[in-house]
Design a protein. Structure first.
Length: 399
């Protein structure tokens, strides 16, 4: 017979006990220990069991909760504990039969219901402790975004952020304490934002409008989006390189010779579960790449400030590797020693020496060797002609 879970995670709304299911009420009545944020505990009548106010930072409370294993324990969370909530932070430490969850409507559901927005067509972001730049890829005229924020000051920062990017005409629906007696909804344009009395918890619906630049959805975004010192894989070549790397959800890229970070950033933009590690020995370029990533809304770029292959030790093994700098026989040999079977390797060569090296490894290990030649129209006296860029030899190999 399966044992009963010792931990019950209850989703609690701003309506307090009146919004709880019978199962949630029963769990609270039978609990020997209840843990929750001060705001959640204040929504409930006085409890007869032992109570723990969750500490700040959140991680400090996890060990205290786990120490109650064997008792009947309730953890209070906001709305749906597994949608930008605290649930997964706890359950990753537990076996599946140790816990159960009793969710309430999420803040996203309450916000969509308040605005009449079809939730399946709305981007939902939890930015309590995440940078506002995560909003950047979603800022396009006509888009709708629901954002959870830490407090009223963060709403002002959000308004300033979208305005600075040219989307000051966006309507902001500021929604406080949704689902409870303190609920308040206000609407104003981002450029005119002047509220100073926004209360926590707060959600904002962003109806995007304005003449700001929307990020394209496909790789090969314009070079001007990336600060660089000349070491950048140019737009057309980058699009072909990303096609060769073939990012898929949850996959990890090693970007060797990070440069401006353009390849890693476009890999990360391909899917929110993609990850990337950039190897860059130049501290200035490394810092610039991280700044580019933040500006374009991806903060998942991990930096190894070392020259490959010295920086490989201790890093999680990738699904794909791009060699944008430092191509050598020693580097390829080391990669073939450390990479598991099936990893995709893409390298671009400009010099005759690096081209010869790729030809050698293509003959040795197979794959596809492609010569990429691009020309752009340019003035030629009073007329125009084709100005050729250096040809690129691209090798797509597989370990």
């Amino acid at each position: 017979m399966a044992r009963a879970p010792w931990l019950t995670i209850i989703g609690l709304g701003e309506d307090g006990p009146s919004g709880l299911s019978d199962a949630s009420h029963d769990a609270l009545m039978q609990a020997e220990f209840v843990a929750g944020a001060a705001r959640h505990l204040a929504l409930l009548p006085e409890l007869s069991c032992e109570v723990m106010e969750w500490p700040v930072p959140f991680a400090d409370g996890i060990a205290q909760l786990l120490a109650q294993r064997g008792r009947r324990v309730v953890m209070l969370a906001s709305g749906d504990p597994f949608w930008f909530g605290a649930g997964s932070s706890i359950t990753r430490h537990l076996a599946r039969d140790e816990w159960r969850a009793l969710p309430a409507p999420s803040t996203f559901s309450l916000a969509a219901a308040a605005l009449g927005w079809p939730l399946e067509h709305v981007t939902c972001l939890g930015l309590h402790a995440a940078p506002l730049s995560r909003l950047r890829p979603h800022l396009a005229r006509g888009a709708r975004v629901l954002v959870l924020l830490r407090d009223g000051a963060a709403v002002a920062e959000l308004a300033a952020y979208v305005t600075a990017l040219g989307f000051g005409d966006s309507d902001l629906h500021v929604m406080e304490a949704l689902g409870g007696p303190r609920t308040r909804l206000r609407k104003l344009q981002a450029a005119d934002y002047a509220l100073a009395d926004v209360a926590h918890p707060v959600a904002v619906g962003v109806q995007v409008a304005g003449d700001g630049h929307a990020l394209p959805c496909v790789p090969g975004r314009e070079d001007a989006l990336f600060a660089h010192d000349g070491q950048i894989t140019k737009q057309a070549i980058r699009a072909l390189t990303l096609a060769a790397l073939a990012p898929a959800p949850g996959q990890l890229l090693w970007d060797i010779g990070l440069g401006s970070g353009s390849i890693s950033i476009e890999w990360l933009l391909a899917h929110p579960q993609c990850e990337a590690i950039g190897f860059e020995a130049d501290a200035t370029r490394a810092a610039r790449a991280l700044a580019n990533a933040r500006a374009l809304g991806v903060d998942r770029l991990k930096l190894v400030e070392a020259r490959a292959p010295e920086g490989f030790d201790g890093q999680p093994l990738p699904d794909a590797v791009f060699i944008g700098g430092g191509l050598s026989e020693a580097l390829l040999t080391r990669l073939w020693q450390v990479l598991p079977q099936g990893v995709r390797v893409v390298a671009n060569a400009v010099t005759l020496e690096s081209e010869a090296l790729l030809c050698h490894w293509h003959a040795k290990t197979g794959g596809t060797l492609t010569r990429l030649e691009l020309s752009e129209a340019a003035p030629l006296g009073r007329k125009r002609g084709w100005r050729a860029a250096y040809p690129i030899v691209q090798w797509r190999g597989q370990r």
